[in-house]
Write a protein that binds this ligand. Structure first.
Ligand code: SF4
Length: 216
């Protein structure tokens, strides 16, 4: 929250800082809700923006981080969605007022954009496979849903013809309880392992070690 002066009065400018490299839809919702809460609490909010990492920025060195964050003014959008937020609140309040919890099963909505904190509770009666299907890298959620409907929850029961090479490898090695490794690791990865600081670049939550590097 940044204090500013307008017509002799103090107003506020809010900047929500995210560690991503672009504005996501859920960021827009987040900013909209925050603007609504601040205004409803009587804060004279003049503007609201979302700042994220500028992935084209190059660290010049000397602890100069000017330009690392890219600011996006979302004031007009956030302020125009007040009725939408009121609708969300009314919906949430009517659900909270129900005598029992809604009968909604777990699914994609539990992990998008982040894993819901109630997942263990909501999935308490669901089968607990030893090797969950979601261990498969980039396995289509549609295929996973179709398998779930058929009662397939464990990797061992996933038909091989639904898997690509990498997924098949994950399945095979997982079920065999073996570690997969290859000597065909690209040279740069080996170099990273041997000289980690030299190849380090900025992570969203950290700082670059060397000048001339871009955030990744
Ligand atoms: S885990 Fe969260 S999102 Fe999924 S059904 Fe339960 S409350 Fe809803």
């Amino acid at each position: 929250m940044l204090p500013e002066q307008k017509d002799g009065k103090q107003v506020w400018r809010m900047i929500e800082v995210k560690s991503s490299t672009s504005v996501k839809d859920y960021h827009r919702d987040d900013v909209t809700v925050q603007a609504f809460v601040a205004q409803s609490a009587g804060v004279p909010l003049e503007a609201i923006a979302l700042a994220h990492i500028d992935s084209s920025w190059i660290y010049p060195g000397n602890e100069d981080y000017q330009g690392l964050l890219k600011e996006n003014d979302l004031t007009a959008e956030a302020f125009s969605r007040t009725d939408e937020v009121k609708g969300w609140i009314a919906q949430a309040q009517s659900i909270a007022a129900e005598p029992s919890e809604p009968a909604i099963g777990t699914g994609d909505h539990c992990g998008t954009p982040f894993e819901c904190g109630f997942y263990d509770y909501c999935s308490r009666d669901e089968p607990k496979p030893e090797h969950p299907i979601n261990w498969l890298p980039r396995f289509s959620s549609t295929k996973e849903k179709e398998l779930t409907i058929k009662g397939v929850y464990d990797l061992k029961d996933v038909p091989d013809n639904l898997l690509n090479d990498k997924q098949q490898r994950v399945k095979d090695y997982t079920l065999a309880n073996e570690v997969f490794s290859t000597l065909l690791v690209p040279q740069q990865i080996w170099l990273r392992m041997i000289f980690p600081p030299i190849f380090s670049t900025l992570k969203p939550s950290s700082s670059p070690y060397l000048s001339g590097k871009v955030p990744v």
